[in-house]
Design a protein around this ligand. Structure first.
Ligand code: ZEM
Length: 286
């Protein structure tokens, strides 16, 4: 029997590559989550452009967006999975990898559905600059995520992904991790955001971030200006406070919001079959 359509086999292959002792904090999970998010986060609800369909990051127009710096590492890690299961589309692989990584790192189960296409529909290509800029503030964060179709509660829940991974000076200009255990999904990001004292610090490269200075630690923790923005707006702050206190609420809301993120721009019929992946006019195949 053909393996085509056996997404359990894909999940297994992804799980097997997550632990990489030489890479960052020992797992490629965080950067896979970021790949999934950036593949989908270009979506614009009004024009129905962008989103994970098409896996546009394979091409320079989207892959070369400075916001996507570093994500080539995530794509390279997934190449053996694609090679072992050539029938899976990149757009399904990247989104599924993010979900599998979240679950494997102790996060909630994400409802993920297959069916994305790798056909690139030129009329759906997102311009650069659709992804959020960590140096900005409240209005920017709200505008970018409202454009995708998210409300304040969903924006804050999604931001809890910064419990995972770290910033790399050579990718974004920011440096450091948000929590001490960056390969373990939890609500620690919200707890630290609300309970520690954060001070602005200008890095040698001129980039401004926020740090918690702890003399007992070799390495301090960090927050982006956009993370701090979640505290300075009442509409965001109420959710930050809730998620700091209520891990179960965070897990449930994160799972819903991340599943919704992975579905942006994907239209399905009542049976869950994608209806806008076939017969794309003017598309080309990888
Ligand atoms: Zn992030 N993110 N992000 N994010 N992100 C980084 C890293 C990671 C913003 C942002 O500028 C940055 C969401 C929202 C927002 C992850 C997941 C999700 C980095 C560091 C920056 C600068 C990149 C580097 O240097 O490698 C901004 C401004 C956001 C909204 C306002 C959402 C939503 C996410 C998923 C649901 C993850 C997992 C990482 C860690 C990546 C890694 O390589 O470790």
């Amino acid at each position: 029997m053909s393996e085509r359509g056996n997404y359990e086999a894909i999940r297994k292959s992804i799980l097997e590559l997550l632990d990489q002792p030489e890479y960052d904090d020992g797992s490629v999970g965080p950067v896979l989550v970021r790949l999934a998010w950036h593949s989908a986060g270009t979506y614009d609800a009004e024009t129905d452009t962008g989103g994970s369909n098409g896996a546009g990051m394979r091409y320079e127009a989207e892959g070369g967006d400075p916001a996507n710096a570093g994500l080539q590492h995530a794509r390279v890690f997934l190449e053996p999975v694609k090679a072992a299961h050539p029938w899976v589309t990149y757009s399904d692989l990247w989104t599924l990898a993010g979900c599998v990584a979240i679950e494997a790192m102790g996060g909630p189960k994400i409802n993920w559905l297959p069916g994305r296409t790798d056909f690139v529909d030129d009329s759906k290509l997102p311009p650069r600059g659709r992804l959020p800029d960590g140096a900005k503030g409240v209005d920017h964060v709200r505008n970018v995520f409202t454009r995708m179709g998210f409300n304040d509660q969903e924006i804050v829940a999604l931001s809890g992904a910064h419990n995972l991974g770290r910033c790399h000076t050579d990718r974004s200009g920011f440096e450091g991790k948000w929590v001490h255990s960056p390969t373990r999904f939890s609500n620690q990001y919200f707890r630290l955001l609300t309970r520690l004292e954060w001070k602005p610090k200008k890095l040698n490269n001129g980039v401004l971030q926020f740090v918690h200075v702890d003399e007992d630690l070799d390495e301090g923790l960090m927050m982006l200006p956009t993370d701090m923005a979640l505290l300075s707006d009442p509409g965001f702050k109420e959710w930050v406070l809730l998620y700091a206190d209520d891990k179960a609420a965070f897990y449930a809301d994160f799972a819903n919001a991340f599943a919704k993120l992975m579905e942006l721009g994907i239209q399905r019929d009542a049976q869950g079959k994608v209806v806008n992946s076939d017969n794309l006019k003017g598309g080309y195949h990888s």
